[in-house]
Design a protein around this ligand. Sequence first.
Ligand code: ATP
Length: 246
Amino acid sequence: MSALAVSGLNVHHGLLHAVRDLSLSVGKGEVVALVGANGAGKTTLLRAIAGAHRPTSGKIALAGEDITSVPSHRRVNRGIALVPEGRRLFAEMTVEENLLLGRMAGRPGPWSVAKVLEVFPNLAARRRARARTLSGGEQQATAIGRALMSNPDILLLDEVSLGLSPLAVDRVYASLAHLMRSGTTILLVEQDLGRAMRVAGRVVCMLEGRVVLEGPTATLARERVTEAYFGLGHGAAAHMPAVAAP
Ligand code: ATP
Protein backbone atom coordinates (compact mmCIF):
# COMPACT_ATOMS: atom_id res chain seq x y z
CA MET A 1 0.00 0.00 0.00
CA SER A 2 1.24 3.50 -0.85
CA ALA A 3 2.27 5.86 1.93
CA LEU A 4 0.57 8.56 -0.12
CA ALA A 5 -1.81 8.22 -3.06
CA VAL A 6 -3.22 11.17 -4.95
CA SER A 7 -5.81 10.42 -7.61
CA GLY A 8 -7.58 12.58 -10.15
CA LEU A 9 -6.66 15.74 -8.25
CA ASN A 10 -7.76 19.14 -9.53
CA VAL A 11 -6.81 22.34 -7.73
CA HIS A 12 -7.75 25.88 -8.74
CA HIS A 13 -6.62 29.34 -7.75
CA GLY A 14 -9.80 31.17 -8.68
CA LEU A 15 -10.18 30.61 -12.41
CA LEU A 16 -6.63 29.31 -12.79
CA HIS A 17 -6.50 25.52 -13.06
CA ALA A 18 -3.15 24.90 -11.30
CA VAL A 19 -3.25 21.09 -10.83
CA ARG A 20 -5.04 19.07 -13.51
CA ASP A 21 -6.37 15.57 -13.02
CA LEU A 22 -3.15 14.57 -11.31
CA SER A 23 -2.43 11.13 -9.92
CA LEU A 24 0.70 10.22 -8.00
CA SER A 25 1.73 7.69 -5.41
CA VAL A 26 4.67 7.52 -3.04
CA GLY A 27 5.68 4.21 -1.48
CA LYS A 28 6.79 3.84 2.13
CA GLY A 29 10.46 4.79 2.43
CA GLU A 30 10.55 6.17 -1.10
CA VAL A 31 12.15 9.51 -2.01
CA VAL A 32 10.33 11.16 -4.91
CA ALA A 33 11.44 14.42 -6.51
CA LEU A 34 8.82 16.65 -8.06
CA VAL A 35 10.35 18.80 -10.78
CA GLY A 36 9.00 21.28 -13.30
CA ALA A 37 9.34 24.87 -14.42
CA ASN A 38 8.08 27.87 -12.46
CA GLY A 39 4.31 27.81 -12.30
CA ALA A 40 4.01 24.08 -13.13
CA GLY A 41 1.89 23.55 -10.01
CA LYS A 42 4.37 21.85 -7.68
CA THR A 43 3.80 24.09 -4.66
CA THR A 44 0.04 23.99 -5.18
CA LEU A 45 0.16 20.18 -5.21
CA LEU A 46 2.21 20.00 -1.99
CA ARG A 47 -0.11 22.51 -0.30
CA ALA A 48 -3.15 20.50 -1.36
CA ILE A 49 -1.60 17.31 0.02
CA ALA A 50 -0.86 19.09 3.30
CA GLY A 51 -4.41 20.45 3.44
CA ALA A 52 -3.40 24.10 3.08
CA HIS A 53 -5.32 24.45 -0.19
CA ARG A 54 -8.64 22.74 -0.84
CA PRO A 55 -8.79 20.75 -4.09
CA THR A 56 -11.74 21.17 -6.44
CA SER A 57 -11.99 17.43 -6.96
CA GLY A 58 -10.03 14.21 -6.58
CA LYS A 59 -8.78 12.17 -3.69
CA ILE A 60 -5.78 12.17 -1.34
CA ALA A 61 -5.12 9.01 0.69
CA LEU A 62 -2.56 8.50 3.41
CA ALA A 63 -1.65 4.85 4.01
CA GLY A 64 -4.93 3.90 2.31
CA GLU A 65 -7.13 6.28 4.32
CA ASP A 66 -9.00 9.02 2.51
CA ILE A 67 -7.91 12.35 4.04
CA THR A 68 -9.23 14.66 1.30
CA SER A 69 -11.58 16.46 3.65
CA VAL A 70 -9.39 16.30 6.78
CA PRO A 71 -8.25 19.83 7.83
CA SER A 72 -4.54 20.64 7.67
CA HIS A 73 -3.85 20.59 11.43
CA ARG A 74 -5.32 17.11 11.67
CA ARG A 75 -3.24 15.95 8.71
CA VAL A 76 -0.11 16.76 10.73
CA ASN A 77 -1.52 14.53 13.39
CA ARG A 78 -2.13 11.81 10.79
CA GLY A 79 1.53 11.96 9.69
CA ILE A 80 1.94 14.57 6.94
CA ALA A 81 4.47 17.36 7.50
CA LEU A 82 5.08 20.18 5.03
CA VAL A 83 8.23 22.29 5.03
CA PRO A 84 6.91 25.27 3.08
CA GLU A 85 8.78 27.42 0.63
CA GLY A 86 10.15 30.33 2.68
CA ARG A 87 10.44 28.27 5.91
CA ARG A 88 7.94 30.32 7.97
CA LEU A 89 9.73 30.17 11.32
CA PHE A 90 8.72 32.23 14.34
CA ALA A 91 11.43 34.89 14.12
CA GLU A 92 11.46 35.90 17.80
CA MET A 93 11.48 32.33 19.10
CA THR A 94 14.65 30.30 19.54
CA VAL A 95 15.62 27.31 17.44
CA GLU A 96 14.59 25.00 20.26
CA GLU A 97 11.22 26.73 20.73
CA ASN A 98 10.51 26.48 17.00
CA LEU A 99 11.38 22.78 17.11
CA LEU A 100 9.13 22.18 20.11
CA LEU A 101 6.21 23.75 18.25
CA GLY A 102 6.52 20.93 15.73
CA ARG A 103 6.07 18.39 18.50
CA MET A 104 2.98 20.17 19.82
CA ALA A 105 1.35 20.04 16.40
CA GLY A 106 2.23 16.41 15.74
CA ARG A 107 2.02 13.05 17.41
CA PRO A 108 4.22 10.94 19.65
CA GLY A 109 7.22 9.26 18.05
CA PRO A 110 10.98 8.97 17.94
CA TRP A 111 11.88 12.58 17.13
CA SER A 112 13.26 14.85 19.86
CA VAL A 113 15.29 18.10 19.93
CA ALA A 114 18.43 16.03 20.58
CA LYS A 115 17.75 13.80 17.58
CA VAL A 116 17.17 16.79 15.29
CA LEU A 117 20.48 18.30 16.47
CA GLU A 118 22.17 14.99 15.64
CA VAL A 119 20.86 15.14 12.07
CA PHE A 120 21.58 18.89 11.75
CA PRO A 121 24.79 19.29 13.77
CA ASN A 122 25.26 22.93 12.69
CA LEU A 123 22.14 23.78 14.74
CA ALA A 124 23.55 22.54 18.04
CA ALA A 125 25.50 25.73 18.76
CA ARG A 126 22.47 27.82 17.71
CA ARG A 127 19.92 26.03 19.89
CA ARG A 128 19.14 29.12 21.98
CA ALA A 129 19.52 31.66 19.18
CA ARG A 130 16.43 33.47 17.92
CA ALA A 131 15.32 32.29 14.48
CA ARG A 132 15.71 35.77 12.99
CA THR A 133 19.47 35.67 13.71
CA LEU A 134 20.06 32.41 11.84
CA SER A 135 21.67 32.04 8.44
CA GLY A 136 19.47 30.81 5.59
CA GLY A 137 20.87 27.29 5.90
CA GLU A 138 20.28 27.22 9.66
CA GLN A 139 16.73 28.46 9.14
CA GLN A 140 16.07 25.74 6.60
CA ALA A 141 17.52 23.11 8.94
CA THR A 142 15.24 24.41 11.72
CA ALA A 143 12.21 24.31 9.44
CA ILE A 144 12.95 20.70 8.45
CA GLY A 145 13.67 19.81 12.09
CA ARG A 146 10.36 21.33 13.18
CA ALA A 147 8.56 19.18 10.60
CA LEU A 148 10.39 16.07 11.81
CA MET A 149 9.38 16.83 15.40
CA SER A 150 5.77 16.10 14.40
CA ASN A 151 6.91 12.50 13.68
CA PRO A 152 5.62 12.38 10.12
CA ASP A 153 5.08 9.31 7.95
CA ILE A 154 5.74 11.51 4.94
CA LEU A 155 7.77 14.67 4.71
CA LEU A 156 6.88 17.21 2.00
CA LEU A 157 9.78 19.54 1.20
CA ASP A 158 9.20 22.60 -0.95
CA GLU A 159 12.39 23.95 -2.53
CA VAL A 160 14.70 23.54 0.42
CA SER A 161 17.61 25.03 -1.52
CA LEU A 162 15.86 28.27 -2.42
CA GLY A 163 17.99 31.31 -1.52
CA LEU A 164 20.78 29.28 0.12
CA SER A 165 24.49 29.42 -0.66
CA PRO A 166 25.89 26.33 -2.43
CA LEU A 167 27.64 25.31 0.81
CA ALA A 168 24.41 25.62 2.81
CA VAL A 169 22.54 23.58 0.19
CA ASP A 170 25.20 20.85 0.43
CA ARG A 171 24.86 20.82 4.21
CA VAL A 172 21.07 20.59 4.12
CA TYR A 173 21.23 17.78 1.56
CA ALA A 174 23.87 15.91 3.56
CA SER A 175 21.41 15.87 6.46
CA LEU A 176 18.56 14.87 4.18
CA ALA A 177 20.68 11.98 2.87
CA HIS A 178 20.92 10.76 6.45
CA LEU A 179 17.11 10.87 6.73
CA MET A 180 16.69 9.13 3.38
CA ARG A 181 19.02 6.31 4.38
CA SER A 182 17.04 5.83 7.57
CA GLY A 183 13.88 5.19 5.54
CA THR A 184 11.98 8.49 5.85
CA THR A 185 9.38 8.85 3.10
CA ILE A 186 9.96 12.12 1.25
CA LEU A 187 8.25 14.02 -1.55
CA LEU A 188 10.44 16.98 -2.45
CA VAL A 189 10.25 19.85 -4.88
CA GLU A 190 13.68 20.70 -6.23
CA GLN A 191 14.54 23.19 -8.99
CA ASP A 192 18.02 21.76 -9.50
CA LEU A 193 17.30 18.81 -11.76
CA GLY A 194 20.77 17.29 -11.34
CA ARG A 195 20.45 17.28 -7.58
CA ALA A 196 16.88 15.98 -7.74
CA MET A 197 18.00 13.06 -9.86
CA ARG A 198 20.94 12.30 -7.56
CA VAL A 199 18.96 12.19 -4.32
CA ALA A 200 15.60 10.75 -5.36
CA GLY A 201 14.72 7.21 -6.33
CA ARG A 202 12.00 8.47 -8.66
CA VAL A 203 11.33 11.71 -10.48
CA VAL A 204 7.91 13.11 -11.33
CA CYS A 205 7.92 15.96 -13.83
CA MET A 206 5.02 18.40 -13.95
CA LEU A 207 4.11 20.78 -16.74
CA GLU A 208 1.14 23.13 -16.59
CA GLY A 209 -0.50 21.23 -13.75
CA ARG A 210 -0.07 17.75 -15.20
CA VAL A 211 2.40 14.92 -14.74
CA VAL A 212 4.16 14.66 -18.10
CA LEU A 213 6.87 12.17 -17.16
CA GLU A 214 7.74 9.97 -14.24
CA GLY A 215 10.11 7.12 -13.62
CA PRO A 216 13.00 5.76 -11.57
CA THR A 217 16.04 8.05 -11.66
CA ALA A 218 18.26 5.03 -12.30
CA THR A 219 16.69 4.45 -15.72
CA LEU A 220 15.50 7.90 -16.81
CA ALA A 221 17.87 9.82 -19.06
CA ARG A 222 18.36 13.38 -17.89
CA GLU A 223 17.68 14.66 -21.42
CA ARG A 224 14.20 13.11 -21.34
CA VAL A 225 13.43 14.85 -18.05
CA THR A 226 14.75 18.16 -19.40
CA GLU A 227 12.52 17.80 -22.47
CA ALA A 228 9.49 17.04 -20.33
CA TYR A 229 10.38 19.94 -18.03
CA PHE A 230 10.25 22.34 -20.96
CA GLY A 231 7.31 20.71 -22.68
CA LEU A 232 9.37 19.59 -25.64
CA GLY A 233 8.44 16.36 -27.36
CA HIS A 234 4.79 17.29 -26.80
CA GLY A 235 4.76 19.32 -29.99
CA ALA A 236 4.83 22.17 -27.58
CA ALA A 237 7.18 24.97 -28.42
CA ALA A 238 4.28 27.06 -27.14
CA HIS A 239 4.66 25.36 -23.75
CA MET A 240 8.25 26.47 -23.40
CA PRO A 241 8.46 28.51 -20.20
CA ALA A 242 10.68 31.57 -20.09
CA VAL A 243 13.26 30.23 -17.62
CA ALA A 244 16.87 29.17 -17.87
CA ALA A 245 17.66 25.48 -18.37
CA PRO A 246 17.76 23.62 -15.05
P1 ATP B 1 7.37 27.81 -8.52
O1 ATP B 1 8.54 26.99 -8.82
O2 ATP B 1 7.40 29.16 -9.20
O3 ATP B 1 6.99 27.89 -7.07
P2 ATP B 1 5.26 25.86 -8.91
O4 ATP B 1 5.49 24.75 -9.86
O5 ATP B 1 5.42 25.56 -7.48
O6 ATP B 1 6.16 27.10 -9.31
P3 ATP B 1 2.73 26.96 -8.20
O7 ATP B 1 3.34 27.95 -7.25
O8 ATP B 1 1.97 25.82 -7.65
O9 ATP B 1 3.82 26.41 -9.20
O10 ATP B 1 1.79 27.78 -9.20
C1 ATP B 1 0.95 27.12 -10.17
C2 ATP B 1 0.11 28.19 -10.84
O11 ATP B 1 -0.80 28.73 -9.88
C3 ATP B 1 0.91 29.37 -11.37
O12 ATP B 1 0.31 29.81 -12.56
C4 ATP B 1 0.78 30.42 -10.29
O13 ATP B 1 0.87 31.73 -10.82
C5 ATP B 1 -0.63 30.13 -9.75
N1 ATP B 1 -0.77 30.46 -8.34
C6 ATP B 1 -0.05 29.95 -7.32
N2 ATP B 1 -0.45 30.43 -6.13
C7 ATP B 1 -1.48 31.27 -6.41
C8 ATP B 1 -2.35 32.09 -5.62
N3 ATP B 1 -2.24 32.12 -4.30
N4 ATP B 1 -3.27 32.81 -6.25
C9 ATP B 1 -3.40 32.78 -7.61
N5 ATP B 1 -2.64 32.02 -8.42
C10 ATP B 1 -1.69 31.28 -7.83
